[in-house]
Design a protein around this ligand. Structure first.
Ligand SMILES: Nc1nc2c(ncn2[C@@H]2O[C@H](COP(=O)(O)OP(=O)(O)OP(=O)(O)O)[C@@H](O)[C@H]2O)c(=O)[nH]1
Ligand SMILES: [Mg+2]
Length: 269
């Protein structure tokens, strides 16, 4: 089902109460939707208001796609389009794709619909653990995990623990070593690798705990066993436990708006 929402306007082209109700209706629409297509006017590019709407959709857990419409009249040069896409990637942590289209001529409309359906599927999909662990090895290969006070972060194991939206758990040796920039690096790689552009994904970094049998060992032996980290199925942290684990350390100065300006495109090198 497709829901068309009335546009939200910042300037007072419409009265405040109409604005209030269109915002309310947009909120209702994104609460029900799997995918939000944010249609922008190519003449203006993606405006602050468009970012506000994308943010509304993403906060509601929608996968998001941005469309620059009226391409028949206002197409940009390749450079300008690349700049526009870069801006979107920088502003929106979910890194949605930006497609160009014309509702008037029908240009790219099929592509927009196909992309929206694919985004809905990806939001519901499940990625096999074997693929995820191959991915994790590639991430570590591409960028060495950070060391905090001389102790290096080790990412041991990754598995998908939920869908709609996709949620992943990565077992780590020490959560205090998961710094924000590296967490975003992992998130961006996950998006790029599994086509999660514009899809809200959650990554929990869970500290591996010693098993009871290990606790009863001598202190020296105990430390060694924990550090060696043999990967077994029972190492996966159950879902209930994940709810209690908070995300990587939050910096209120940066994370006051969770989805906007949180990503750092320079991390993609
Ligand atoms: N040239 C061109 N004009 C378009 C295109 N799509 C829409 N328009 C025109 O843009 C104007 C606004 O179109 P609407 O579809 O009403 O826009 P909307 O975003 O739904 O507006 P609200 O529902 O009022 O928020 C109309 O005059 C359309 O003919 C397009 O792809 N190319
Ligand atoms: Mg309309």
């Amino acid at each position: 089902m497709i829901v068309d929402t009335a546009g939200m306007r910042r300037q007072s082209k419409v009265s405040e109460s109409v604005e209030y109700y269109t915002t309310l209706r947009s909120q209702r629409a994104v609460d029900r939707a799997d995918v939000a297509i944010v249609v922008c006017d190519a003449a203006d590019g993606v405006t602050a208001q468009d970012f506000r709407i994308a943010d509304l959709a993403m906060r509601a857990g929608c996968s998001t796609l941005i469309v620059l419409n009226k391409w028949d009249e206002h197409n940009m040069t390749d450079d300008d389009l690349a700049h526009e896409r870069g801006h979107v990637q920088q502003k929106l942590r979910l890194r949605p794709r930006v497609l160009t289209a014309s509702a008037k001529t029908g240009r790219n409309i099929n592509r927009v619909i196909e992309e929206a359906i694919a985004l809905g599927d990806r939001r519901k999909g499940r990625i096999p653990t074997s693929q995820l662990n191959r991915f994790l090895a590639e991430v570590v290969e591409a960028k060495q995990p950070p060391a905090v006070r001389g102790n290096r972060l080790k990412m041991l194991y990754i598995t998908q623990v939920g869908e709609e939206p996709p949620r992943f758990a990565i077992s780590v040796n020490d959560r205090a070593r998961v710094v924000r920039s590296y967490a975003y690096f992992v998130e961006n790689r996950l998006r790029a690798r599994f086509g999660f552009d514009g899809v809200p994904v959650i990554i929990d970094f869970n500290e591996r705990r010693a098993r009871r049998s290990e606790v009863s060992m001598t202190p020296g032996r105990q430390r060694r066993v924990i550090e060696e980290e043999v990967l077994e199925d029972d190492d996966v942290v159950p879902d209930e436990e994940l709810q209690e684990v908070e995300e990587f350390p939050i910096d209120p100065a940066i994370d006051h708006l969770p989805w906007i300006d949180a990503g750092d495109p320079s991390l993609d090198d």
